[in-house]
Each structure stands twice: as structure tokens, then as C-alpha cells.
Design a protein around this ligand. Structure first.
Ligand SMILES: C[S@@+](CC[C@H](N)C(=O)[O-])C[C@H]1O[C@@H](n2cnc3c(N)ncnc32)[C@H](O)[C@@H]1O
Length: 389
């Protein structure tokens, strides 16, 4: 097999990130945006020691699940991986992948919103052009409207494009409770940009005008958010995940919320536990967590700013919600040595989740549910319950 070789093939299977999979001359080959059962002519575009990648150059037959992508930048910005197929098929592909990975049946909760669910975006600016980075390069992929974003964010992006953005590196926009927060990073040359209409403006992470933080209200709780604090991007699915974690956690005395962000999960469970401790490395998130404690009149929750590896003490239940790279060895060690009855592991990366569950050998996986937190992209969110063996 060589680059640019062409083959007529039948696609045998699908991976979980939007590609078809087949064997060509007994060599595993991923077919970009291919679907199971399709007969296609492909061209090899990349060869690795253990696999090749091919693109479709002629669609001879099409899967009944194939649809026309609704975005002109599909396969350019790298944000969406499943626009070539129906949402129903995307969910089935992801569900089958998870069921193989964890060797059990898994419930999959679908977001009510297929599009427009994201409440946050970080855009890049290069030579005055605003957009996403093109997949695998630092060229700018400009767009008028991104299907994943809240419409108010799209409209703010159109406003921003009217300014001279030379000198700017990055712009973060959040839309919380219908209010817009913007953080502009770089060297502002167009002073009019400082007057842009928004509810909260930061320049180079410094508070500039409007509200210092935005507040979301959900489930009778209030959550404040600074520009660089963590807040789940799909609030509808966020509340489903927190409800599931609360159901798994039940009631008890002491709860540890590791990687707690702005303290949302611990606060969600504050009526079911006597004492809650949250640990989080990001200082802004911890500032929000302490504001959130006051906003919700809570006395039974405390937050510590630090690395999760500093965690110590005994808890009935420990919740972990780490970033994509999963748990560090120190945290795995702490959890295995803990005498907690339950660990609730929330994860946005099934591969590191599966790795960590194997390493948590003092605990047994009891339950796992998947959530479509990021429809149309390759990402999957899972909530798992582990109990001490
Ligand atoms: C997936 S978010 C979860 C936040 C929160 N549980 C929520 O639902 O909003 C992961 C959080 O872990 C924090 N984090 C990353 N590395 C960390 C570490 N080594 N120790 C503690 N927190 C960390 C991040 O700042 C982020 O807030």
C-alpha cells in the first residue's frame, strides 16, 4: 500500500469518532466519514506502522444513515465529527463503542438540543481574522455561524467581526442566562472594541466593565462564573449528569468532590450530605465556588484550592470529575487506600475512564450511564458508580 493508491472497498465497521473501518490487503484502514456497509472508492492519504487513513473519492452506495452535512466547514475546523450521519446513528455508534469497551449494556441519555447547546466558545485571531483553528493547523477557519453555539454567541461573533481585530490573539465568549461575557486577549489596537455591547467584559483576564461574573440559575441553585472558571458547556445535560451522580451518591455524612470546578456538584448534593469538601486547582473556579457557597446560603461545604493529589481524609463517598487525561497515579493511590464506600467517576474521556477503573482495583464498577453532552462531536460524557469490593 502506498499514498495515493486507490481501492474499491466495502466498509466493515465504524469507530467512535466518525470514521469507517475496513481492512485493505489485511491492513486496518480508517475511512474518513465512512459508514458501515457502504461501497466506496477510496484514496490512501496517510500510512502508519499499524494502520492507514483513506478518504472517499467516489460514493458507490450510501448508508441509509448518511445525510448531507449542514455546515460548510465540516471537516475543516475539527469540531464536529458526525455531521455526515443522523443523530440517531451517531448515538448508536457511540453506545456500541461504550458497550464493547465496558462489556455491558449502557443507558445513553440524548441531549434535547442537537445543535446550539454550547454556552462557551474560545476563538482564535490571526492577522485580524476571527474563527476556529483549522483541524491540525493554526490557519484560521472563519465562519458566520457555528451550529454548536448558542445563537447569542453567534450574533456576538458577527458583531466582533466589525472591529479591527489586528493584535488580538484569542476571544472567549460565554452566554449564561442570556447574558454575554467576553474576554479579549492580546493587544487591542481598535479602542472602539472596548465599547462592545456585552454584559461583562474582560481584557487580558482583567475585569473591565459590566458584571464581574455571570450567574446561572438552575434547579433553584445559583452558580457564578468568571471567564476562566470551568462550567459545563451544555447546561441541560449538566443537570441530568448531576442528578445521576446525586442518585448514585445517596445520603451520608462526608462527601469529597475532587476536581470540583466552581463547586457545582457538591452544591447540587448539599442537602444529602452533612459535610462536603471540594478540591480544585484553578483559583478563579475556587473564587466562584466560595461565592456560590454564599449565593446558596450553605454552611456545610468548604473548598480547597490545590492539586487533587493533596486529597486526604475519610469520606463516605468520593466524586471525581477530572479533565480528559483522567486521574494521576497519586489520586488512584489515594482512592484505593481510602475506605470510602463509593466512588462516582464522571468522565469526558471513555478511554481514560476505562484505564482508571482497571487501576482502581479495590473498587468494582457497578453502573455506568452515558450522556450526549456534546452532540455531533466525537466527545462522550459518562457517569459511573464504583463500590468498594
Ligand atoms: C471536567 S472539569 C469538572 C468541574 C466540575 N466538577 C463541574 O462539573 O463543573 C475538571 C476540573 O478539574 C480541574 N483540575 C484540572 N487538573 C486538576 C488537578 N490536578 N487537581 C485539581 N483540579 C484539577 C479543572 O480546573 C476543572 O475545573
Amino acid at each position: 500500500m502506498k499514498i495515493n493508491d486507490e481501492y474499491k472497498i466495502v466498509i466493515d465497521n465504524e469507530d467512535y469518532i466518525g470514521n469507517g473501518v475496513t481492512r485493505i490487503n489485511n491492513f486496518v484502514t480508517f475511512i474518513l466519514n465512512g459508514l458501515k456497509g457502504e461501497i466506496v472508492r477510496v484514496k490512501i492519504i496517510y500510512i502508519h506502522k499499524r494502520f492507514a487513513i483513506a478518504e472517499i473519492i467516489e460514493q458507490i452506495t450510501s448508508s441509509k444513515y448518511r445525510i448531507e452535512p449542514i455546515c460548510n466547514n465540516y471537516n475543516k475546523c475539527g469540531g464536529c465529527n458526525f455531521l455526515h450521519t443522523t443523530l440517531e446513528n451517531e448515538i448508536n455508534i457511540k453506545k456500541e463503542y461504550l458497550e464493547r469497551l465496558f462489556n455491558r449494556k449502557i443507558d445513553y441519555y440524548q441531549s434535547k438540543n442537537e445543535y446550539n447547546y454550547r454556552n462557551k466558545v474560545v476563538l482564535h485571531v490571526l492577522e485580524g481574522k476571527l474563527g476556529y483553528f483549522n483541524d491540525k493547523t493554526h490557519d484560521i477557519c472563519e465562519f458566520d455561524s457555528c451550529k454548536l453555539l448558542n445563537p447569542k454567541i453567534n450574533s456576538k461573533i458577527s458583531d466582533l467581526k466589525k472591529y479591527n481585530l489586528n493584535g488580538i490573539n484569542e476571544i472567549l465568549i460565554r452566554c449564561i442566562n442570556n447574558e454575554i461575557m467576553i474576554n479579549i486577549s492580546g493587544n487591542i489596537k481598535d479602542n472602539k472594541l472596548k465599547d462592545i455591547d456585552c454584559d461583562s467584559l474582560y481584557i487580558n483576564n482583567n475585569y473591565t466593565k459590566g458584571k464581574e461574573y455571570l450567574i446561572d440559575e438552575i434547579n433553584n441553585l445559583k452558580f457564578s462564573i468568571y471567564p476562566n472558571s470551568f462550567y459545563q458547556v451544555n447546561r441541560e445535560v449538566m443537570s441530568k449528569i448531576y442528578d445521576k451522580a446525586k442518585e448514585y451518591a445517596g445520603r451520608g455524612n462526608n462527601l469529597l468532590d475532587l476536581y470540583c470546578g466552581t463547586g457545582t456538584i457538591g452544591i447540587w448534593m448539599s442537602d444529602n450530605y452533612k459535610n462536603i469538601t471540594g478540591v480544585e486547582i484553578n483559583k478563579d473556579s475556587i473564587k466562584n465556588a466560595n461565592i456560590n457557597k454564599k449565593l446558596n446560603n450553605l454552611k456545610n461545604i468548604n473548598f480547597i484550592c490545590g492539586d487533587a493529589k493533596i486529597a486526604k481524609g475519610n469520606y463516605d463517598t468520593i466524586i471525581v470529575d477530572p479533565p480528559r487525561n483522567g486521574l494521576s497515579n497519586n489520586v488512584i493511590d489515594f482512592l484505593n487506600k481510602s475506605n470510602s464506600d463509593k466512588i462516582i467517576y464522571i468522565s469526558c474521556n471513555p478511554k481514560t475512564l476505562q484505564r482508571d477503573i482497571e487501576l482502581l482495583n479495590k473498587y468494582e464498577l457497578k453502573n455506568i450511564s452515558a450522556y450526549s453532552m456534546f452532540p455531533r462531536t466525537k466527545h462522550i460524557e459518562c457517569v459511573t458508580l464504583l463500590e468498594r469490593r
